[in-house]
Design a binder for this molecule. Structure first.
Ligand code: AMP
Length: 206
């Protein structure tokens, strides 16, 4: 596949600047393939391991689209949810949103279990555009009424195969049930065993 540069991906100058400031010039193969599909609003499943640039492959289009929507003015509420299996991944994804989104004026927070929920619920109450979460704490805070997914427009299931290996199938389905019908769904998985194909058929519409 020919190399695609970030300046060929129709990114807003603010998003492009954040990406080039990090020293990135060429999009990685997963980025070159996924970003255009995501920007068109399609549901998508991408096969990519950690280290391939998959985090930017889903973060950059979400930041770009939310930034453009926000400029026009939109209702408060969580617009993007990234569901990921572990606290470490959640923190890393939060750092990516901070880096690629640093000129976009969007707010994000990261929630995971094993720590007190107060700083997390305070961040939620201040208002965020993007939520990065592990399943247990997410469902817990939804149950307590701190999180509503009715304004969601982008749902990313990160490391889907690992999620299933860790026993999160029921949690994924519970989250999926609460998504508004027009929500764009993006899945990433390092491997594509039959159970991942079945999950994709269940949660992807397009
Ligand atoms: P990930 O696969 O998302 O965990 O990303 C792996 C690492 O690659 C991260 O440290 C990114 O900062 C870096 N990275 C992502 N995309 C690119 C790119 N297009 N060019 C150079 N480095 C990148």
């Amino acid at each position: 596949m020919e190399t695609i540069r970030f300046d060929e991906l129709n990114l807003d100058p603010r998003i492009l600047r954040a990406v080039t400031d990090m020293g990135f010039e060429a999009a990685s193969p997963i980025q070159a393939q996924a970003i255009p599909v995501e920007m068109e609003g399609h549901d998508m499943i991408g096969q990519a391991q950690t280290g391939t640039g998959k985090t930017a492959a889903f973060s950059i289009p979400i930041i770009q689209r939310l930034y453009l929507q926000k400029k026009k003015g939109y209702k408060r509420g969580i617009k993007a949810l990234i569901l990921t299996p572990t606290r470490e991944l959640a923190i890393q994804i939060g750092e990516s949103f901070a880096a690629y989104g640093r000129f976009a004026g969007l707010r994000h927070t990261v929630i995971f279990g094993g720590v007190g929920q107060k700083p997390q619920t305070e961040a939620l109450e201040r208002g965020i555009d993007i939520l990065i979460a592990t399943p247990g704490r997410l469902l817990d805070l939804i149950g307590q009424g701190f999180i509503h997914l009715d304004t969601l427009e982008y749902f990313v299931l990160d490391e889907a195969d690992r999620m299933l290996d860790m026993g999160f199938y029921d949690d994924i389905m519970q989250v999926h049930k609460q998504l508004p019908p027009y929500c764009q769904t993006i899945m990433f998985s390092a491997t594509m065993p039959p159970k991942i194909r079945t999950l994709a058929k269940t949660i992807l519409k397009d």
